[in-house]
Write a protein that binds this ligand. Structure first.
Ligand code: GLN
Length: 485
């Protein structure tokens, strides 16, 4: 039996029954990586052994008894490099753990060095903007994985990870989950601490699980959720036991279908898969109605103003002084050695997309443009949120495709940033509104690429996502399909 192919909840049973030891899991993952990693390239750093003491389960409460987890390269892991797949953070060794990592350790999840590839600073929708090069989609190695958590999604999909963490600012958990045929959940803004997540856009970022099925997603949510005094935006509200939402039925569940998400630009095969989901859930007693989210058309421009504004400000700290990379070819005779060092370190340290966003963000925040762009975008953001509030007065959840297309070819969109930005047209609104969303597999195209279904719910109502997603998943076989190697 290949343990690497199992879900965490299946492994937990085996551990409890003493059929296996925790060390067998990592052994199995390593065997799997040996055959698959060079093709998929989902990991950017894998250590052959854990740092001292970490192989042992650190917790007394060891329900999870040493199951390893893959972690996106923007989530701080003490003692293991965390570089956001950017040259500017080359060699950065965090002196502390992100709160989510600390919580995982406390529950007995093993933190090995299993850091996954991503778009530089999470800027992207394809994991091509990484200083380590792209990750390849396990279902078709010529295609992208989606992004920016493409490494995490690909490692889970190709059984090189049991489960993983990603981060989602505009879709970066859900869209790669959809492209790779796995489950990705973006929690409500504030549900999960951002402490130790290297910031992209602080008002939008959330860490969340990428897993093989919905049950594992619920298990991980139970561990990582909750208030954290180290993150002033984390919510001090009670965390339910998400596993209690597993196994519920969908009879009478009121589901909204926003008409703005089912229009031109939506791939026919994706639409067909969604139609089948709707019929399937209707037959189980769910109630569907078309609704309007009228400000949807502004989501992409509003997002790219707010996200780049916040990114330009967050990235100002990377200047060659405190972290990572510092340019060496400085001009000793220059009048201003410090400025030369800043310019060269930033100039050589950041990739093209990071520079594009810093320039755009600085522009929209600059005097004379702040009111016209940034302030206006904030106002429209409120309108987008109001649209959802309105719908959730009557409905339990909203169903949409996760992305208008399935995985596209590597390099297909790299020369056209606008086309790339449109890959997130269905995921971005949830971040702007702060609401939770999940993507689960709901079919395959004729060419064998996975299609994702997105479910959205009102703030702090992740239980509805888990309920609906688990019910659908358990009556289909999509989550059991595996890419061949
Ligand atoms: N693709 C979007 C962007 O490039 C979202 C990224 C994300 O969620 N981190 O900004």
């Amino acid at each position: 039996m290949e343990l690497a192919k199992l879900t965490a909840h299946e492994i937990i049973k085996k551990l409890k029954n003493k059929e296996i030891a925790a060390s067998d899991i990592m052994h199995s993952l390593r065997n799997r990586m040996a055959g698959v990693h060079s093709k998929v390239r989902g990991y950017v750093r894998v250590s052959s052994s854990a740092k001292s003491g970490r192989t042992e389960v650190e917790s007394k409460n060891s329900g999870l008894m040493g199951i390893p987890i893959a972690i996106k390269d923007n989530i701080c892991t003490q003692g293991y490099n965390t570089e956001c797949c950017s040259k500017i953070l080359e060699g950065f060794l965090p002196p502390y753990d992100a709160t989510v990592v600390r919580k995982l350790k406390e529950q007995g999840v093993a933190i090995f060095e299993l850091k996954t590839n991503m778009d530089e600073f999470a800027f992207g929708s394809s994991t091509e903007n990484s200083c380590f090069g792209p990750t390849h989609n396990p279902w078709d190695l010529d295609c992208v994985t989606g992004g920016s958590s493409g490494g995490s999604a690909a490692c889970v999909a190709s059984d090189q990870a049991i489960w993983a963490l990603g981060s989602d600012t505009g879709g970066s958990i859900r869209q790669p989950a959809s492209f790779c045929g796995v489950v990705g959940l973006k929690p409500t803004y504030g549900r999960v601490s951002r402490y130790g997540l290297i910031a992209f856009a602080s008002s939008l970022d959330q860490i969340g699980p990428i897993t093989k099925d919905v049950e594992d997603s619920a298990l991980l949510m139970n561990i990582i959720s909750g208030h954290d005094p180290l993150d002033s935006t984390s919510a001090d509200t009670e965390v339910p036991d998400y596993t209690r939402s597993l196994g519920s039925d969908v009879k009478g569940l009121k589901i909204a279908l926003p008409k703005e998400y089912f229009i031109e630009g939506l791939d026919q095969e994706v639409k067909t898969a969604l139609d089948q989901v709707i019929n399937h859930l209707k037959a189980k007693g769910a109630i569907f109605k078309e609704v309007s989210l009228p400000h949807t058309k502004y989501a992409v421009p509003v997002y790219y103003i707010i996200a780049t504004a916040e990114a330009s400000s967050n990235l100002a700290r990377f200047d060659g002084v405190q972290y990572g990379f510092r340019a060496k070819n400085l001009e000793p005779r220059t009048q201003n050695l410090l400025i030369d060092m800043y310019k060269k370190s930033r100039g050589h340290g950041f990739g093209e997309e990071a520079k594009r966003r810093i320039i755009l963000g600085t522009f929209v925040l600059s005097h004379g443009y702040y009111d016209a762009y940034y302030l206006r975008a904030l106002k429209v953001r409120t309108l987008i949120k109001n649209d959802f509030d309105q719908v959730f007065k009557e409905f339990d959840c909203v169903i949409t495709p996760t992305s208008p297309t399935v995985a596209f070819k590597i390099k297909e969109r790299t020369d056209d940033p606008l086309k790339m930005y449109l890959s997130d047209i269905y995921t971005i609104s949830a971040n702007l509104a702060g609401i939770p969303g999940i993507s689960i597999p709901c079919g395959f195209t004729k060419k064998g690429l996975p299609v994702g279904l997105q479910i959205l719910a009102k703030p702090f109502n992740e239980e509805v996502l888990i309920k609906a997603a688990h019910n659908y998943e358990q009556s289909t076989e999509w989550h059991k399909m595996k890419p061949e190697f």
